[in-house]
Design a protein around this ligand. Structure first.
Ligand code: ZN
Length: 262
């Protein structure tokens, strides 16, 4: 008995569906590959977790520690990490439960380049401030300096987002020892370690200084601090030394400030 043949339009529809399905599979593989370009998390993380995947997460949410806070990059998912994840989630419109699952990781994949820098910043903006390139010539190893620059960029990405996704201009970041001497930098400048960025352009220097306090920056120097009327310096030291007198910022700023809306 002859097998009943499918009517030609049905065959066409089935073929079309098969093409769509294979396209979806392909797209999904492509997305996975994009995530893999830097780092891919393999499990949901919440309080009590520990490991390198927690540490990788902490690097990326360190810009969300709350006013005057500093998130330890220690691989231990404690309350401070949960709070930072929650602020990150809230800032990007995700369900804010402080648990890092697929939605949180997808957002991070969107925000990072294959070299693990956040999408709006690059190592080339952070390297030798005297016109050279690279992260050598400072007191730390090149890899340690480069890692500090990476952490700085993730905090800058948070600041940038909090300012309404406004582009930030870095006029000077890492400086080799000779570069730092040439520009008259302090002998223990955070610029030597890859921890610092000088910001110019918009928004105002005072706005940059004020908002940086919410995004993990321990060193903040702006208008009114000697030599800082034409930029705002931010760095990721973990004790707060803030001075921008013309912006109403001193080291003893009240620790109860609420970050204003954009
Ligand atoms: Zn500086």
């Amino acid at each position: 008995m002859a097998r009943p043949r499918l009517a030609r339009p049905v065959v066409r529809i089935l073929l079309a569906l098969a093409l769509v399905a294979s396209g979806l599979v392909f797209a999904s593989v492509a997305n996975q590959a994009a995530a893999d370009g830097c780092y891919t998390w393999g499990r949901t993380l919440s309080q009590g977790a520990s490991g390198d995947d927690v540490r990788q997460l902490q690097i990326r949410v360190a810009g969300w520690p709350g006013f005057g806070g500093h998130l330890a990059i220690d691989g231990q998912y404690g309350p401070a990490t949960a709070a930072a994840v929650q602020r990150f989630q809230s800032a990007y419109g995700l369900g804010a439960d402080g648990v890092a699952g697929p939605q949180t990781f997808s957002k991070i994949y969107e925000l990072q380049d294959d070299d693990c820098t956040p999408i709006h910043f690059a190592y080339s903006e952070m390297d030798d401030g005297c016109g050279g390139s690279g992260f050598d010539g400072g007191p730390l190893s090149e890899s340690a300096t480069r890692f500090n620059a990476l952490k700085t960029m993730w905090q800058l990405e948070a600041l940038r987002h909090a300012l309404g996704d406004r582009a930030l201009n870095i006029s000077s970041a890492f400086r080799s020892t000779s570069c730092n001497s040439a520009v008259g930098g302090a002998s223990n400048s955070q610029h030597l370690y890859g921890n610092a960025a000088d910001l110019t352009g918009t928004p105002t220097f005072c706005t940059l200084a004020q908002r940086a306090r919410y995004h993990g920056f321990g060193g903040i120097f702006g208008p009114g601090y000697p030599g800082h009327d034409d930029h705002t310096h931010v760095d990721i030291r973990t004790s707060n030394v803030w001075s921008a007198p013309n912006c109403g910022i001193g080291s003893a700023a009240a620790l109860t400030d609420i970050e204003p809306d954009i």
